[in-house]
Structures are given as C-alpha cells and as structure tokens.
Design a binder for this molecule. Structure first.
Ligand SMILES: C[S@@+](CC[C@H](N)C(=O)[O-])C[C@H]1O[C@@H](n2cnc3c(N)ncnc32)[C@H](O)[C@@H]1O
Length: 273
C-alpha cells in the first residue's frame, strides 16, 4: 500500500516500516547467522539496533549473551522496547539506549563484540562511526558487520525497468549521504579504522527453479524492500507513483515465472581490536 512519507532515511520510521524490519529479519537471519560467529561473546553492543530485530534473534540464538542496543532515533528504541518486552526474553539480558555512537556516551562497559547490520549503508562517515564504536570494545574484542552490495543484484528474465529502478534507488540513497555499495569496502574500512585480523566474506543469495520456495520468499521480500524505498523516493519526487506501480507489477510478473532467477550478494566482515 502506498503512503506518503518525507524524511532523510531511505526507509523511514513509520509503524509499517518498523514491522518490515522484523519481517525482513525472519527471511534473512538464516543467511546472516550462517557466517557470523557470536558463540564466544558474553556482552555484545549493537550499533544502529533499529527496532531490535537482530537483538531478538541473537538473544534467542545465544542464551548466554547479554546485549546493549543503541540507536539514533528514539522512535526505534521505543518500538524495540515494546518488541523485546513482548518477546519472552528476560529483560535483565538487554538494555536499549537512544543515542548517537559518534557522541560521547555514558557507556561504561567494555564489550566482547560489536555488531552492525544494515547501518553503514545509511551513514555519511562510516570510518568515523567505526572508530567511535571501537572505544567500547575490549582489547581483543571483535567487530562484525553485514552490509549491502547493491550492484550485485540481478534478475531473470532480464528486466531493464526493474534494474533501472534499482539504479535510481541507489542514486537516491547516495543523495541522502548513504552508499549502497558499502559492502565491498568493508575490509578497507576496517583496516583504516585500526582493526586487525580482518576477514571478509561475500554471501551469494542465488535462487532458481531448483529452490522454488526460497526463491518465492525472496522475490516477495525484495518487492517489499523496493516498495519501502519507493515510498520515500515518491515523497521526495525522485520517481512518480506510476513508475513505481509499473515496477511493482513487473516484480509480480517475475514472481509468477517458473524460470525466474534471483541473484544478490551481500558482504560480511569482521576484525579484532
Ligand atoms: C536499517 S536500520 C538497521 C536496524 C537493525 N540493525 C536491523 O538489522 O534491523 C539502521 C539504523 O541505524 C541507526 N543509526 C544510523 N546512524 C547511527 C548512529 N550514528 N548512531 C546510532 N544509530 C545510528 C538508524 O537510526 C537506523 O535505525
């Protein structure tokens, strides 16, 4: 459903968008946590925790972990408190803070690990953010990052209109100060920010008729992701409502094509202090 929204964050902070972050994580988490190893972590800081989608996932997957989540936007933290409160997770295992990691914050803990998922793509100064986060990490502690690499997206049957929308979305994200290709830079950014023992990992999401269920799930999720960006683009006159509806219809057409192929590769990286 189309609704108007105006803000400087590609996806916005509406209730609908907040619930999309939770639904998105249900689709993505098996792949995110296939490479990400938090099994030795006791105390983890998530920078840009949003509405707590990763926190709920991690606190359930790793029953020994305690987590602190910080987010710039109070609306996200209020929703995170509600969702975590309803999750059945013991509230002594987590705390939630509204704040900017770039500011000097009253966080006393030295964390074993820091997590960033889908955050650096939206910020103007990723190296500065990584350096600011590093001060809260104990010596030998690890940082774990998962990020987009939007140029990797491809779809069959080929659809120039969908790919053109995707490119314009990328340009729009750049105009907001973000970077849809940030994933490919993660290793370099961690080097520049003083981390050591850096590892990078490209994670292909490749679904064809041999994986019809996962393909259907992803094509439907991807259409919602695109719509979420399209709403902000429409509100900022970056595309028209009609252009988005045409792209949305093409996405639905591909969803009903038994030969459809979905390809995307995100990038993960970790490093040590
Ligand atoms: C796309 S959301 C990701 C939420 C969550 N990590 C997830 O996977 O669902 C990115 C979040 O990063 C937050 N953020 C961006 N810059 C930040 C900063 N400097 N300090 C704290 N949070 C920040 C935004 O407010 C936004 O809620």
């Amino acid at each position: 459903m189309l609704q108007n929204q105006t803000n400087e964050y590609l996806h916005g902070f509406s209730e609908e968008e907040q619930m999309r972050l939770i639904a998105q994580n249900k689709v993505l988490s098996p792949d995110i946590y296939a490479w990400l190893d938090l099994s030795k972590s006791k105390h983890l800081l998530e920078i840009g925790c949003g509405v707590g989608a990763q926190m709920i996932e991690i606190l359930k997957r790793f029953p020994e972990i305690k987590m602190t989540g910080i987010d710039l936007h109070e609306a996200q933290i209020i929703k995170a408190k509600e969702l975590l409160g309803n999750s059945g997770i013991n509230p002594t295992r987590y705390e939630l803070i509204t704040g900017n990691i770039l500011d000097s914050l009253d966080i006393k803990n030295e964390f074993d690990d820091i997590l960033l998922v889908w955050v650096l793509e939206h910020v103007k100064n990723p190296s500065e953010l990584l350096r600011s986060g590093q001060q809260y990490l104990r010596k030998g502690g690890k940082i774990h990052i998962t990020e987009v690499y939007n140029r990797s997206f491809d779809l069959y049957p080929a659809s120039p209109k969908i790919l053109s929308f995707w490119k314009r979305m990328d340009e729009f994200q750049n105009s907001l100060g973000g970077n849809g290709q940030i994933g490919i830079e993660l290793g370099n950014l961690l080097c520049e920010s003083g981390f050591t023992k850096i590892q990078t990992h490209s994670h292909p999401l490749f679904f064809d008729k041999t994986k019809p269920e996962r393909r259907a799930t992803f094509l439907s999720y991807w259409t919602e992701l695109m719509e979420s960006s399209a709403l902000t683009m429409i509100a900022n006159n970056a595309i028209s409502k009609e252009e988005w509806i045409e792209v949305e219809n093409l996405m639905h057409l591909i969803q009903s094509d038994e030969n459809a192929i979905f390809y995307y590769s995100w990038i993960q990286a970790c490093g040590e202090k």
